[in-house]
Design a protein around this ligand. Structure first.
Ligand SMILES: NC(=O)c1ccc[n+]([C@@H]2O[C@H](COP(=O)([O-])OP(=O)(O)OC[C@H]3O[C@@H](n4cnc5c(N)ncnc54)[C@H](O)[C@@H]3O)[C@@H](O)[C@H]2O)c1
Length: 271
């Protein structure tokens, strides 16, 4: 593994809840690769306390911020700037939540207030983080912003419910803000479409374990882990991907382009 890919780079990492989180693994890798950064999560997630252990391991601070609140994001950027001694080179948006999914509401009986909440937390917050950054001129030239998506943005997955639309919005924001920020300041914006991953957000989805196994059999390389995703994120924060922007990048062991795999055929034949 090359060392110091992020040497001298500063950033913000959202969404580290516990060691299973994609953001948690990203923070460990970013530290390993020489970056300095500030951690943040929703004030309610602070109660679990685990993020403070991560902060200690990464020699950094945690700034609580609800990503749906523009005021909180402004405060986050101001405090991060003070701690880091300047603007940032990368931001990770690793945030997702749907009250409808959490509470098991079927797609034909959605609570629309919760739908708004799903979109706001999981997608519009990405726009808010980008817009506040632009207004404050908070990201350095050739900076990199990454959000996390799922293939239900393009294909129908019944269990993913209103999160499917949330991810479609998220990917659209990456394209549109990517174009804007690229022209303004050479800042790139991408989403990574990740395999099903055993995290708090992932496991909250009905039937997740069965689907996890199915996706694993449909992926020639198997499901991508949170740690592997973190490694991919690091490459997107590095200078080796400076010309990649406005993309939705599949990080799924080949799942997205497999029609069927021999493993799945064998599974059927054995029945
Ligand atoms: N786990 C999977 O199967 C999978 C697959 C593809 C994409 N993703 C995406 O990866 C991202 C990270 O999720 P994860 O799987 O690491 O799970 P996770 O539960 O560890 O992380 C989700 C994070 O979102 C945070 N969050 C929720 N509401 C917030 C708010 N209002 N403000 C700030 N933070 C808030 C949570 O506190 C949590 O830390 C999400 O966007 C998720 O949709 C996950």
């Amino acid at each position: 593994m090359p060392e110091n890919l992020l040497r001298g780079k500063k950033g913000i990492i959202t969404g580290a809840l516990d060691e299973n989180s994609i953001a948690w693994q990203t923070a460990l890798k970013a530290k390993e690769q020489g970056a300095t950064f500030v951690l943040t999560n929703a004030p309610i997630a602070m109660r679990m306390g685990a993020i403070n252990e991560l902060a200690q391991a990464c020699d950094t601070i945690v700034v609580p911020a609800d990503a749906t609140s523009v005021t909180d994001i402004e405060k986050l950027y101001d405090e991060a700037k003070e701690f880091l001694g300047g603007n940032v080179d990368f931001i990770l948006h690793s945030i997702g939540m749907s009250p409808n999914v959490r509470k098991g509401r079927p797609y034909g009986d959605l609570n629309y207030e919760w739908v708004q909440k799903s979109y706001d937390v999981s997608a519009i917050s990405f726009h808010k983080m980008l817009q506040v950054a632009e207004k404050k001129d908070f990201i350095n030239e050739w900076g990199s912003v990454v959000g996390l998506s799922y293939i239900a943005a393009q294909r129908a997955y019944p269990f993913y419910s209103d999160m499917s639309e949330a991810k479609a919005i998220l990917e659209s924001i990456a394209r549109n803000y990517g174009q804007r920020y690229g022209q303004l300041k050479k800042v790139r914006v991408n989403t990574i479409s990740q395999s099903p991953t055993k995290t708090t957000a992932g496991s909250g989805i009905n039937g997740f374990d069965d689907f996890f196994d199915f996706a694993d059999m449909m992926s020639p390389l198997g499901n991508a882990s949170a740690e592997a995703c973190a490694e991919y994120i690091i490459t997107l924060f590095s200078d080796y991907t400076r010309m990649v922007t406005m993309q939705n990048l599949f990080h799924d062991g080949g799942y997205s382009f497999s029609g069927i795999t021999p493993t799945i055929v064998e599974k059927f034949l054995s029945k």
